[in-house]
Design a protein around this ligand. Structure first.
Ligand SMILES: [Mg+2]
Length: 223
């Protein structure tokens, strides 16, 4: 019986894959690196971000030299480009269905809380989200560590949900791996930050293309 749906934010609820890639490429250019394609981004992007830089072939000393330039350029560009980002298709319908069914909805994210809340208000979906479990501060924690799985697991315990009452949804292998680690049901959504091939290899319980496919999955699990 699913009682809580935990959504990833970037690339899952927010349609910001192209925006992120654009900001990435501006920051790569700032340090003298050629832009990458969407395909390469989806093939290499990971959390912690240091893994992504490894996948791009950056040496540790190169990262050390350029980390401030990469991060500062990325975040300033992302903020501008994401100002009018939309939700992914099916988000509103799915959230409203969950509200009607009294199934709790949280966001668990590597992004920072104030920025997520600003977007939720702008997109007029803040009332559909019960809680935001994310970075309290400057959004740099995810460079060296994964942390959002532990946040969700703490939230689960504090709110007395059983592991199998949780469905976690994300566009990256990270969310599938978190779900497997803690025993949640897992749904991967394609068209975000990771390639379909990587998502398939990570073996989520379900693989969807549109968020509204969640409704059928939950109906099936709650039968
Ligand atoms: Mg994501």
């Amino acid at each position: 019986m699913i009682k809580l749906v935990a959504f990833d934010w970037n690339g899952t609820l927010l349609s910001d894959t192209q925006i992120t890639l654009k900001a990435e490429n501006i920051s790569l250019k700032a340090i003298g690196v050629k832009p990458i394609s969407l395909k390469k981004f989806q093939k290499t992007f990971d959390i912690p971000v240091t893994r992504y830089w490894d996948n791009l072939g950056f040496s540790k000393s190169f990262v050390k030299t350029h980390i401030d330039a990469i991060e500062n350029t990325f975040h300033s560009q992302y903020k501008i480009l994401a100002a009018r980002a939309r939700t992914r298709s099916g988000v509103r319908e799915t959230l409203e269905w969950l509200v009607a069914k009294n199934i709790a909805r949280v966001i668990f994210s590597n992004h920072d809380i104030p920025d997520i809340k600003r977007h939720l208000a702008r997109l007029k979906i803040e009332k559909c989200i019960t809680d935001v479990l994310a970075n309290p501060g400057d959004g740099r924690l995810q460079i060296f560590n994964r942390h959002k799985g532990q946040k969700l697991e703490n939230y689960r315990k504090q709110n007395n949900f059983k592991s199998k009452e949780i469905l976690c949804v994300g566009d990256m292998c990270e969310e599938i791996e978190i779900g497997k680690e803690y025993g949640y049901h897992t749904v991967a959504i394609t068209g975000g930050f990771n390639s379909t091939a990587r998502l398939k290899a990570a073996k989520s319980d379900f693989l969807i293309h549109n968020l509204k496919d969640l409704i059928g999955i939950i109906k099936k699990l709650n039968k």
